[in-house]
Design a protein around this ligand. Structure first.
Ligand code: DQA
Length: 146
């Protein structure tokens, strides 16, 4: 296991509405509750830093900031709809040293065709899709075992 000190979780557009946004697709759990539960799954000497932004540039800034920080063990990223078309976020992920794990609550491959393609997937360390809040826990487990 890595001896780095924190994991960054970045959630993109509309994910601040989790719990009230299309619960039949995204579930009833709020982002705050997902983050709180995730923090309980950390090893003792790790911290969780969580960010949410509806703005592409802010997500990129978050990736840049943690992506060259040797204390950051990994980034868990749910880029929301940006996953499907943001070459700027894909470029940011490709630019940094820190491993980025892509997550989606819903199974993007079981949904509309325009969600089947993720432009960030090829530059992420791996992708997890379809397990609801568990997608984040699986990403955390993956980063801790890298
Ligand atoms: C999502 C899937 C995306 O297609 C969608 O635009 C989202 C959420 C997910 O977590 O399932 O905003 O990333």
């Amino acid at each position: 296991m890595s001896d780095n000190k924190y994991i960054l979780v970045v959630n993109g557009p509309n994910l601040n509405l989790l719990g009230k946004r299309q619960p039949e697709i995204y579930g009833a759990t709020s982002l705050e509750d997902i983050n709180r539960e995730l923090a309980t799954q950390l090893p003792p000497d790790f911290a969780l830093i969580t960010k949410q932004s509806n703005c592409e540039g802010e997500i990129i800034d978050n990736i840049h900031e943690a992506g060259f920080d040797p204390d950051c063990a990994g980034i868990i990223l749910n880029a929301g709809a940006y996953s499907h078309y943001s070459l700027a976020i894909a470029d940011a992920i490709a630019a940094v040293n820190t491993p980025v794990v892509e997550v989606h609550l819903s199974n993007i491959y079981a949904r509309e065709e325009y969600r089947h393609k993720s432009v960030i997937a090829p530059v992420c360390r791996g992708s997890i899709s379809g397990f609801g809040p568990l997608s984040y826990s699986l990403a955390l487990k993956a980063i801790l075992e890298l």
